[in-house]
Every structure is written in structure tokens, then in C-alpha cells.
Write a protein that binds this ligand. Structure first.
Ligand code: GUN
Ligand code: FE
Length: 444
């Protein structure tokens, strides 16, 4: 199946950060096959499907490396709390009250928001129960994802939201067997012990062991997010989070740690030496009052940094545009105005996200042979710079938001176009969400 996409310009995010003008993209079997100068298009067979987006800027699909789809339904219900209270008073009771229907709606709400906002690949941390529902919705939607059930085998904050170590390991294994590499490889398994405070050492270690059977899978957990969390981990293990992970040998290049705000120099060295990945979640870190991660320092140490919105009740949005905007702005008062420039941040949201997930041979940039995952942006509306086309990274990182997203392609298939193609019936989705939320709150 061949098709031609004709944009105004193409932000390649290749090693030279080239921006191509007057080129179309030939897509074949879901892959970027060729760039064709617009002048040569008249020679192209008119049997090809043509998608004309000549007023729009084509960029790689955005990658978010830390998401909780199961929490989307709880947006606005857990404001103005710090992490441990937020978990204890709101999020654990709510997650514990999910049934299959409420979880399905929560996943749909999240996927809808992500795709319409230009995010085409996610690493999702699921929830303890009914994980198959999240996989079903990921597969149906067409999004590219790593996902996995969130493992919890001890929970001092909310003891009823926990299962035995054996239950966690057996169910995880079954979900991994059923869903790793499903949907023609678009869906992969991300093993997700939640954080040190909700996982026994046995669970953390056995999960890493289990991963070996699932090539291409990842290990995904929270780390060093909040000062009280760090202190409690120290009381429990005698170590800081990253030090502890290193001591039980779960750090390597397949480990993605969300947050990493409160790190010692020694922990930074451990992340660097183990080539572990850090998912930076600036909006969540601000709203939960967790702190500001020293991303410039981590980047100077060549540690993999990518972006994630975290869950909807911690920020309260899943927009990659907000994450990019904040990732740039919050460092400037501390490290100076050039410390996180727009291009650097744009790369974190695209190719660096792909690298974090070991998908950079497939996605993250617009290059021949890669998957045709891309987003068309309208940079000539909604308070954009007058010269947006000459200053594209600035326009996207400092001025754009999801209302600038025109269309989204994954594997060369059109997933969303703001004129002609929706992901869900949004009225129906919103009605169902209200009903499911009401029932969930009654159960909680
Ligand atoms: N740490 C453990 N669970 C969570 C969660 O759901 N969200 C955030 N931000 N941090 C966590
Ligand atoms: Fe999180």
C-alpha cells in the first residue's frame, strides 16, 4: 500500500536537524520510503492515495515515556496534595475501585487526549487489576505503546490496594505472554513495579529476572520523586532509591525511571554508568510540589532524558506541548536562559523518547526506512509567531498547544484529522465517563 503525504515542510529531527521544504513523503507498507521533490510529483502514478497537507508542518509523532492511562478518569479529583497524601487519600483508593468498565473508559479518555495532542508512542504504567482492558484499548486505538500492569505487593499507605508477591508475578507473566509484541509488534510489555514503597525486594528482583524471557521489553518504575518518599526509602532499605536499585541489580539500559528529582552525585554516576533512562515529568513535579529535576546536569552526564505527562490527576493534562513548554522554562531561572533551548526540548519529546525506549531505529525522526508515525501541525493559527515557518522549534515549544494539531498518522495510517477523522465518539465517551466516575466514587 503506497501513499503520498504533501506537507508544507518536514521537521526531520535527523542528526543534522534538517528541515525540508518542497518535499513530499512516499509511504509504503507503513514505512517512510522516499522524499520526493514537489516538482517531481507530476510523474507519480495517480493511483497513489494522496494526502494533501500543504499548509501544515510535519513533525515526528511525539513520544511520552511516563503515563498512567488508568488515572485519566480522576483528573481534578486530587488537586493540591503532595505525593504521599495524593496517593493515600485519592489515587490508591480510586485505582483500587476501578472495575473493567471504569478502567476501559479511563484508558479511552487518556488515549483520545494523547493521540489528538500528537503523541503517537507511550510508555504506560498500568494498574494492579484488569490490565488486559488497557491492552485491549491500546490495540484498538492504533497507538504505539509499551504497557504493563503496575505491581504492588506491599502498601503501607493503603493496605487493601495490594496483592501477594506470587499473585503479582503470576499475573504479570500471563499478561506479558499475552500482550508482548502484540498488534504486529506495535504493543510491547513494560514491566512496572510501582515504586520501592509498594514493592518487596523479591518482587523487584524477580521482575527483572522475568524480563529476560521477553526480549525488547522494558522495566519501568518511579524513583526519587519526593523528599518524604526518599526518606522513607532510606529508612526501609538504608539507601537512596537509585543506590538501592543498583544494589539489587535492576539498573541497566532497559530501565526507565520516572522523575529522578532528588538524586545524590553518586546516584547520578550510577544512572550514567548503567545507562539507565530518566523520564522527566515537569508538570507533575511542579503540581505535586515534588521539585525541579536537574535535567541540564543529567544531560551533561549523557543520561537519557525523555518526557512524560504522568497521570491526569497530577498536572492536569496529558499534553506533550505543556511538558515541552515547562521542561524549557523551569530550568531557565536556575541554569540560565540558554540552558534548555527549544530545539533541545523538541528532541527530548521525539528522538530522545524513541532512544529511551530503544525504538530509535523505528521512530522518533522522519528518515527513510523509519515507521511513518507523524503529526501535522498548523503553525499559522492561535497566537503563533508571525514567522513561525522560519522559527519552527520556538513556535512549537514556546507557543503551540494541542489545538495546533491538524492530523496524526501511525504506521502510515491516518488515526486522527480534526476535520475528517475522530478516534472515539466524544459525546458518547464523555457521557460514559460521567456514569463510570459516579459509580467508581460510590465504590471507593
Ligand atoms: N509514585 C508511586 N505511584 C505514583 C503515581 O501514580 N504517580 C506519581 N507521580 N508518582 C507515583
Ligand atoms: Fe507516575
Amino acid at each position: 500500500m503506497k501513499k503520498i503525504i504533501i506537507p508544507k515542510n518536514i521537521v526531520t529531527v535527523n542528526n543534522e536537524n534538517e528541515i525540508l521544504k518542497n518535499n513530499a513523503i512516499l509511504v509504503e507498507d507503513g514505512l517512510i520510503k522516499e522524499f520526493i521533490p514537489i516538482n517531481n510529483l507530476s510523474n507519480i502514478s495517480n493511483e497513489l492515495e494522496i494526502h494533501n497537507y500543504e499548509n501544515y508542518t510535519l513533525v515526528p509523532g511525539f513520544v511520552q515515556t511516563h503515563i498512567h492511562l488508568c488515572q485519566t478518569l480522576f483528573r481534578g479529583l486530587a488537586d493540591d496534595l503532595e505525593l504521599l497524601d495524593w496517593l493515600q487519600k485519592r489515587i490508591f483508593p480510586f485505582e483500587n475501585s476501578h472495575d473493567k468498565n471504569s478502567l476501559r473508559i479511563s484508558a479511552q479518555l487518556g488515549i483520545n487526549e494523547l493521540l489528538k495532542g500528537g503523541t503517537t508512542t507511550i510508555l504506560d504504567m498500568g494498574t494492579l487489576h484488569h490490565q488486559e482492558i488497557i491492552f485491549e484499548e491500546l490495540i484498538k486505538s492504533g497507538i504505539r505503546a509499551f504497557a504493563g500492569n503496575c505491581m504492588i505487593d506491599r502498601n503501607d499507605l493503603y493496605p487493601s490496594f495490594s496483592e501477594s508477591t506470587k499473585w503479582n508475578l503470576e499475573n504479570t507473566y500471563q499478561w506479558a505472554k499475552n500482550f508482548h509484541n502484540s498488534s504486529n509488534g506495535k504493543i510491547k510489555f513494560g514491566f512496572a513495579p510501582r515504586f520501592v514503597l509498594s514493592c518487596s525486594e523479591e518482587l523487584l528482583i524477580e521482575t527483572k529476572e522475568m524480563m529476560k524471557e521477553f526480549e525488547g521489553s522494558l522495566y519501568h518504575t518511579h524513583s526519587s520523586e519526593n523528599k518524604k518518599e526518599v526518606e522513607t526509602v532510606r529508612n526501609l532499605t538504608g539507601k537512596d532509591n537509585v543506590e538501592y536499585f543498583d544494589s539489587i541489580k535492576i539498573l541497566d539500559d532497559k530501565t526507565v525511571l520516572a522523575h529522578c528529582i532528588h538524586l545524590s552525585d553518586e546516584e547520578i554516576s550510577l544512572l550514567k554508568n548503567n545507562n539507565s533512562r530518566v523520564s522527566h515529568c515537569p508538570s507533575s513535579n511542579l503540581k505535586l510540589g515534588s521539585g525541579i529535576a536537574n535535567i541540564p546536569k543529567l544531560m551533561k552526564n549523557n543520561i537519557s532524558i525523555s518526557l512524560g505527562a504522568d497521570g491526569a490527576p497530577c498536572n492536569n493534562s496529558l499534553s506533550i506541548f505543556k511538558e515541552m513548554h515547562l521542561a524549557a522554562l523551569i530550568q531557565k531561572p536556575i541554569h540560565g536562559p540558554t540552558s534548555m533551548d527549544a530545539l533541545t526540548v523538541f528532541r527530548l519529546a521525539t528522538i530522545e523518547g524513541a532512544k529511551a525506549l530503544h525504538l530509535d531505529n523505528e521512530i522518533g525522526s522522519i528518515e527513510i526506512g523509519k515507521k511513518a508515525d507523524f503529526v501535522l501541525l498548523d503553525l499559522n493559527k492561535n497566537d503563533q509567531p508571525i514567522n513561525a515557518d522560519e522559527n519552527i522549534y520556538s513556535s512549537i515549544v514556546y507557543s503551540a498547544d494541542k489545538s495546533n494539531v491538524k492530523a496524526v498518522f501511525i504506521n502510515g495510517e491516518i488515526i486522527y484529522d480534526n476535520n475528517s477523522k475522530n478516534i472515539y465518539d466524544e459525546n458518547e465517551l464523555s457521557e460514559s465517563a460521567k456514569i463510570e466516575l459516579k459509580k467508581l466514587i460510590e465504590r471507593a
